[in-house]
Design a protein around this ligand. Structure first.
Ligand SMILES: C[S@@+](CC[C@H](N)C(=O)[O-])C[C@H]1O[C@@H](n2cnc3c(N)ncnc32)[C@H](O)[C@@H]1O
Length: 207
């Protein structure tokens, strides 16, 4: 693992196997739509008209968003197999599917009204996290949403039996420390025991 960046694992078989385990079936999309109804509760009067998901995989979020909001949707994903699914399933036109990495986004400043990650910053190593968070901030003109695993203090966990692939922390605090002018719109915890897709903490900020 020491010689590889986590994103290199996601580009290869490790990332393609993830797609096999996490399919965008109707029940997964419905579950995600419930999460987005919660995230959007405080901004129903001003929903974003353009959205980019960083690390979108096969687009479970993007499929859910299609049914919830009238917005231009874009996805960025390092894994080529996932990008193919997005186009083949008609989730996004090919021109809205982008190859890349969180720490260097191929977008203009303020290109989207919402930039977001769900379960992606946890896979960005601490050395690359400042750039990843700053890029989410840079490409948004209005909102930033992150839904990730929380830990009061930064900690590393093994992921699928391997080290160097999963990092937990207070991602909301990390973003606010780097960009203190952000306003907290809302935040919360989604609990698997109550039907959520994962035990995830989320933060919605406004620029
Ligand atoms: C756990 S999956 C989450 C997928 C999707 N966001 C969701 O919630 O269904 C993590 C995704 O992030 C992508 N990823 C991993 N490292 C990344 C990085 N440095 N930049 C962008 N995407 C990354 C992976 O390829 C994978 O698709």
């Amino acid at each position: 693992m020491a010689d590889h960046r986590p994103v290199d694992f996601w580009r290869g078989d490790f990332g393609s196997e993830y797609i096999g385990r996490n399919r965008a079936d109707a029940s997964a999309v419905r579950q995600r739509a419930r999460s987005w109804s919660t995230y959007f509760q405080g901004i129903m009067h001003d929903l974003p008209r353009s959205i980019v998901e960083v690390g979108c995989s096969v687009g479970i979020n993007l499929r859910a968003l299609t049914g919830l909001v009238d917005a231009e949707l874009h996805g960025l994903e390092p894994n080529a197999a996932a990008r193919r699914v997005l186009v083949e399933d008609g989730v996004l036109p090919a021109s809205h599917v982008h190859e890349g990495e969180a720490n260097s986004l191929p977008f203009k400043d303020g290109q989207f009204e919402l930039s977001f990650t769900t379960g992606v910053l946890i896979h960005v190593p601490p050395s690359e996290l400042p750039a990843a968070v700053d890029e989410l901030y840079r490409v948004s003109s209005k909102y930033i949403l992150m839904s990730e695993y929380f830990s009061h203090e930064p900690e590393e966990k093994t992921y699928r039996g391997q080290s160097g692939l999963l990092f937990k922390r207070d991602f909301g605090g990390f973003m606010l420390d780097r960009h203190p002018e952000l306003t907290i719109v809302d935040y919360g915890f989604q609990w698997m025991r109550a039907g959520a897709v994962d035990n995830g903490h989320w933060w919605l900020f406004r620029k």
